[in-house]
Design a protein around this ligand. Structure first.
Ligand SMILES: Nc1nc2c(ncn2[C@@H]2O[C@H](COP(=O)(O)OP(=O)(O)OP(=O)(O)O)[C@@H](O)[C@H]2O)c(=O)[nH]1
Ligand SMILES: [Mg+2]
Length: 406
């Protein structure tokens, strides 16, 4: 099967002739990114992979993930061909401090979901400790659960291993799992930096996992985890002080909701104003704080960020987490927020893929490095500025509009 390559030849970047910027740009984009490719345009190895993937062969999923992770030529065509199958899974982001028990919790979650025949795909980003509970890791691709169970698929990704940009690659790997037919796709990240914010943007529901250790919730606040949580879990509830830690967390949440009383809506567009007001009214009526659910008349009901207690390694509280995830998913679907977020993500994906493609085109396939090398002495002497050199490099690729920025 022939691949449509435009005038460029096989994936190469040939410096186009002068004076035909517009035409040349469209050729570059059409050929390089495979825009509008039909399945028929795929190379045979790609179409074979696609066939196996669509037939539900787990090995094909593993291979597809490797292609995407390694930015192997054709990986964007593959993703494009699978795009119509994406969008059926509940995307769940699980983040929290190192060692909080995220992987153990995910394993427990998978077990609960498997009982009902559900299937779970898991992407663990840069884990500091491997998955436990199921003879995992090693070759980085493992099936878990009972022998021969292909209902759970776990893939670990090292951030340094990603050539396409970690955040985008992670989303693309999640897309593959979604397209493969997993109804739930869980992405695990260690919540210590910016990555968890990106997770929240890519997830339909974000779970922040903490432990009873004192200071965990304070750390979570500092790291911005409070902003992104749809659900909090205090794991290791078998340890002393778990209930107290959960209580503290609830207090922090209440305070935050109080602070945003007149502003909000916060993350996920949940109406915290109404929630805080109701709570204040309730407290006035009760004369004390109450954590119980109230009768609500609003439609749709706002999401009150729950704090769950779990003991992941013995499965305690995990079913409740699964139920809570379901409730949140149902809510965002009902409010139309899910559709809105997904639409936004599509635009973001286009931007990310364009950014990535430009980077590749400049630095890998284009003259960027050569121009840079030539300009090195001038830069050191100060006879040229970094901006001047950058403009030359951009000019060599796509001309003025490329450097114009969004
Ligand atoms: N006591 C107790 N230990 C737990 C519980 N859940 C997990 N652990 C233990 O905590 C350690 C870390 O668990 P992981 O599931 O690997 O934690 P993680 O958050 O995925 O870790 P990273 O991915 O490295 O950030 C392991 O030794 C687990 O056995 C729990 O509920 N109670
Ligand atoms: Mg982990």
């Amino acid at each position: 099967m022939a691949m449509r390559m435009g005038r460029m030849g096989a994936g190469g970047h040939a410096p186009p002739a002068q004076g035909c910027k517009r035409a040349r740009r469209s050729v570059i984009f059409t050929s390089y990114y495979g825009v509008g490719v039909e399945v028929n345009d795929l190379k045979s190895s790609e179409s074979e992979l696609l066939e196996a993937f669509e037939a539900g062969e787990a090995r094909a999923l593993a291979r597809a993930i490797s292609w995407v992770e390694n930015a192997r030529p054709g990986f964007e065509r593959l993703l494009s061909a699978l795009h119509s199958r994406v969008g059926r899974a509940h995307r769940i982001g699980i983040t929290g401090p190192p060692g909080a028990g995220k992987s153990t919790l995910i394993y427990g979650l998978a077990k609960v979901v498997r009982k009902d025949g559900g299937r779970v795909g898991v992407v663990a980003v840069d884990p500091t400790s491997p998955f436990t509970g199921g003879a995992l890791l090693g070759d980085r691709i493992r099936m878990t659960g009972t022998a021969g169970d292909d209902g759970v698929f776990i893939r670990s990704m090292a951030s340094r291993g990603s050539r396409g940009g970690l955040a985008t690659t992670t989303r693309e790997v999640a897309d593959l799992m979604d397209a493969f037919g997993f109804e739930r796709v869980v992405v695990e990240t260690v919540g210590v930096g910016q990555s968890e914010l990106e997770i929240a943007e890519a997830a339909d529901t974000t779970v922040v996992v903490l432990t009873p250790e004192s200071g965990d919730s304070i750390q979570a606040m500092k790291a911005g985890l409070m902003e992104i949580a749809d659900i909090f879990v205090v794991n290791k509830a078998d340890r002393p002080d778990a209930a107290r830690a959960a209580g503290e967390l609830k207090t922090i949440l209440r305070l935050r909701q109080g602070q945003v009383y007149d502003r909000v809506p916060a993350h996920h567009g949940v109406d915290l104003t109404a929630m805080a007001k109701r709570r204040a009214d309730q407290e006035k009526a009760d004369g004390a704080a109450s954590e119980t659910a109230e009768e609500r008349t609003d439609d749709p009901q706002p999401w009150e960020i729950p704090v769950l207690l779990t003991s992941a390694h013995d499965g305690e509280g995990v079913s409740e987490l699964v139920e809570t995830l379901e409730s949140h998913y149902a809510l965002v679907k009902e409010t139309g927020e899910l559709a809105e977020r997904r639409a936004k993500r599509l635009l973001e994906r286009v931007r990310a893929v364009v950014d990535r493609g430009l980077r590749t085109q400049v630095w890998r396939d284009g003259d960027g490095e050569a121009i840079l090398e030539r300009a090195r002495a001038d830069l050191e002497l100060g006879s040229r500025t970094p901006y001047d050199v950058a403009a030359e490099i951009l000019g060599a690729v796509g001309g003025d509009s490329v450097g114009g920025g969004r």
